[in-house]
Design a protein around this ligand. Structure first.
Ligand code: GLV
Ligand code: MN
Length: 222
């Protein structure tokens, strides 16, 4: 090896630095106009995201989503209905770094404590008013009563909720910084799952009767 050639260890260091820079950045720069998600089990590989359908078969309808023209029913124990608009429901979002939900809340209704591991959420109220809040990793609670035309932002991964504090039905549009934000609902994980009631008592410090009641409300077994 001549003294002008870079040493193998320097080359290795450069490769490691380049790789970590690529992996630590946000969404990579797009390499194509779009990558509409292909029906399950077909399409070409895309990273990050779902496989793309061939661009020759992409149509305007792939970029159109009408499901938020109407709200979901709020006739349930929580008085709330969420209409998801993630990449599963709206394939044109694939690889574009955004998605959108509609949240309908009956008076007194709640969208219970939950988090999105892969996205920040911007809640914009279009009808009525709702208390929107989140808890930070330091245990601080941040919230606001958000009214028509106003917005509140929830940082990625933090536990949050919406609660209709008004007398009318409230409607919010939630925009996300990922086409696939993911969803963890605490009450569902604990009371709607097969997690055994005696374990739930231990990990929540709730009384047996309350655990039974909540498993009944949410329809869990165990
Ligand atoms: C509201 O917070 C939602 O994620 O639907
Ligand atoms: Mn949310």
């Amino acid at each position: 090896m001549s003294s002008n050639e870079p040493s193998p260890s320097l080359l290795l260091l450069l490769v490691v630095l380049l790789l970590s820079w690529t992996l630590c950045r946000g969404d990579p720069e797009p390499v194509q106009d779009f990558c509409v998600a292909a029906p399950h089990g077909s399409g070409e590989l895309a990273f990050p995201g779902l496989p793309c359908k061939p661009s020759s078969s992409v149509v305007s309808d792939d970029f159109f989503f009408a499901a938020h023209a109407r709200g979901a029913s709020t006739d349930n124990a929580m008085g709330s209905g969420v209409t998801p608009g993630n990449v599963e429901a709206f394939p044109g979002l694939n690889t574009l770094g955004v998605s959108i939900n509609r949240v309908d809340l009956a008076p007194g209704g709640v969208n219970p404590l939950h988090s999105h591991p892969r996205a920040a959420e911007l809640v914009h109220v279009v009808v009525g008013e709702m208390l929107v809040g989140f808890v930070s990793t330091e245990g601080r609670f941040y919230s606001k009563v958000v009214r028509e035309g106003e917005s509140f932002v929830i940082p990625r991964g933090l536990m949050h909720f919406q609660y209709n504090v008004g007398r009318e039905t409230a409607v919010g549009i939630a925009a996300y910084s990922s086409p696939n934000p993911g969803l963890l609902i605490i009450d569902f994980a604990v009371f709607k799952s097969t997690l055994a009631a005696d374990v739930v008592e231990k990990i929540t410090f709730l009384q047996q009767a309350e655990v039974k009641r909540l498993k009944g409300v949410f329809g869990g077994s165990g």
